[in-house]
Ligand binder design. Structure first.
Ligand code: CP
Ligand code: NVA
Length: 308
């Protein structure tokens, strides 16, 4: 049984294997209607629990559709409606759910909820985002980069803005897939040392840069995310915006990147804040391919978890 908790906790060969499976399954669908099942039905007879303690559009829909395409069934559970949100321990919840379902995907706040769920669950657990990481997103992002430009190894990725949970998983991926990452943002928003240290130990060049234009120079991929994440307090919004505004991804900033650079954003975006519509809808942008690839990458992740 394999949990998919974080990119750095998963074998690099297994990650590559998941991405090739994802590409193979994407190709096999070959423009078929989205509601039709795959020829292959590896999840037939399996039940997947999708638990959300925070809102979601992409994660929720892509997991749900992915399971159904592979012949399985889902139940979508809101943390608040479960006893989990009313004091039942994570360990007991994990033990009980393991008696009913074959796989658990959870989006939660504190990373410890995810790790405790995995510790006490008899079935695989997938990280659908925590306050600290978002590994499924970055699997889709690496898949998207490679689909458009070939291997990401050795490329320069620039992260602009808040060194948040998505940035952390990008640093894990830098280490595992062998690319370099420059962070451009104010010091208060630097990614945690733990994530930077991990990527560096794995041989990635990680630079911290305060000047956005300098950071983006020669970039193969420019990435940003919301300035106020779901775990951030709304009262910090104005302060965060004021500090992060110099790192907005706009056409002027993108002009410093390589001419064939890609632009990514995990979405949901706040247009004209962290990125302008001119960039989001412009020639560098692959944001909707990224969103689509959540589906394909996660199907491969689920197959790897279940060994099917
Ligand atoms: N990118 C992402 O995880 O989106 P949702 O919050 O809509 O799931
Ligand atoms: N950093 C964002 C990502 C949303 C998919 C958040 O945690 O809210």
């Amino acid at each position: 049984m394999n949990h998919f908790l974080d990119i750095h906790k998963t074998d690099a060969g297994a990650l590559q294997g998941m991405l090739s499976k994802a590409r193979e399954m994407k190709d096999a669908r070959n423009g078929r209607p989205k509601g039709t099942p795959d020829d292959d039905q590896p999840l037939k007879g399996r039940m997947v629990a999708l638990i959300f303690e925070k809102p979601s559009t992409r994660t929720r829909v892509s997991f749900d559709v992915g399971v159904r395409q592979m012949g399985g069934e889902t139940m979508v559970l809101s943390g608040n409606d479960m006893q989990l949100g009313h004091g039942e321990t994570i360990a007991d919840t994990a033990r009980v759910l393991s008696r009913y379902v074959d796989l658990i995907m959870i989006r939660t706040f504190d990373e410890s909820v995810l790790t405790e769920m995995a510790e006490y669950s008899d079935v695989p657990v997938i990280n659908g985002l925590t306050d600290r990481t978002h590994p499924c997103q970055i699997m889709a992002d690496v898949m998207t980069y490679e689909e458009h430009r070939g291997p990401i190894a050795g490329k320069k990725v620039v992260w602009c803005g808040d060194g948040n949970n998505v940035c952390a998983s990008f640093l894990h991926a830098a280490g595992q897939f062998g690319f370099d990452l420059t962070f451009a943002g104010p010091p208060q928003f630097d990614p945690e040392d733990e994530f930077v240290g991990y990527a560096r130990r794995k041989g990635s060049k990680v630079a911290i840069e305060r000047d956005a234009a300098k950071a983006v120079a020669g970039a193969d991929l420019v990435v940003t995310d919301t300035w106020v994440s779901m775990h951030d307090s709304q009262s910090s919004k104005e302060r965060r915006h004021n500090m992060l505004r110099p790192y907005q991804v706009n056409e002027a900033l993108m002009s410093h990147a390589k001419p064939d650079a890609l632009f990514m954003h995990c979405l949901p975006a706040h247009r004209e804040e962290e990125a302008t519509s001119a960039v989001m809808d412009g020639p560098h942008s692959v944001i909707f391919d990224e969103a689509e690839n959540r589906l394909h990458a996660q199907k491969a992740i689920m197959r790897w978890c279940l060994g099917v």
